[in-house]
Design a protein around this ligand. Structure first.
Ligand SMILES: *Cc1c(COP(=O)(O)O)cnc(C)c1O
Length: 228
């Protein structure tokens, strides 16, 4: 089996290669290693290989795994990439350094309150329901300008926009659309980020302007069939 270090090297060099035609610098792309469902024994080799940014999609799972792993490496940054329930806002604010799933006013209120209480501001990406899928999280496209105005009225640092394109279709048009929405809403030109791209399409995402790619399978291998 390929080692974690060599998979990491492969992903990093793919990112660097995708940066070239777009005249971007690899340093402007943050690789988030999505470690959901994987235990400490799978994560440690990546930490040893130098990876410092990780993503989890469940608050409870992250609470169980990360405090111990972080003790030895306080420079690790943890991103919450999944849907967040408002009643978990305080726990999320305590544990994570960035939250990618801000998508509705009730969660905005809960996060603003939790950050105020904790005295800690955690940057948030606004997730956009880019494919207009009824079952999926994310702010509706039509409601984005209003919701961004609501976010900007709070002290929460706006990190940019995030999306998960519809499964089984080409992702590129959705990545382009997210970049356009960012530009249309005053979130471009290095002012803010674009969190887009997963194992199957992170190179495309980088070519189209992603500042954060969320890569799990290409780094850790397949997750168990029953897991998220
Ligand atoms: C699981 C997950 C990823 C990583 O997916 P891979 O295909 O394993 O790279 C990225 N983003 C989100 C929101 C996820 O839930």
């Amino acid at each position: 089996m390929e080692s974690a270090a060599s998979r990491l090297e492969t992903v990093r060099s793919n990112i660097a290669r995708a940066c070239k035609p777009a005249r971007r610098s690899p340093g402007d792309v943050t690789l988030i290693a999505v470690s959901k469902t994987h235990g400490a024994e799978a994560i440690r080799p990546l930490i040893d290989a130098g990876q410092r940014v990780f993503g989890e999609n469940r608050v409870q799972e992250a609470q169980a795994k990360w405090p111990a792993l972080r003790e030895a490496h306080p420079d690790i940054a943890l991103h919450l990439i999944g849907q967040l329930q408002s009643n978990k806002a305080e726990e999320a604010v305590a544990l994570f350094d960035c939250i990618h799933g801000l998508d509705r006013p009730s969660l905005l209120t809960a996060l603003a309150r939790a950050m105020d209480k904790a005295g800690r501001l955690v940057p948030c990406f606004v997730q956009v329901n880019i494919g207009d899928e009824p079952q999926k999280g994310g702010c509706p496209i039509a409601g984005l300008p209003d919701f961004l105005a609501q976010v900007r009225a709070t002290p929460i640092p706006l990190a940019g926009l995030m999306c998960i394109p519809p499964a089984d279709t080409e992702a590129a048009p959705f990545f382009q659309f997210l970049a356009k929405l960012a530009a249309d809403n005053g979130l471009s030109g290095g002012v803010a980020g674009l969190s887009m791209g997963m194992s199957g399409d992170y190179e495309t995402a980088v070519m189209l302007g992603a500042t954060h790619v969320r890569v799990g399978t290409a780094l850790f291998g397949e997750r168990g069939a029953a897991q998220g």
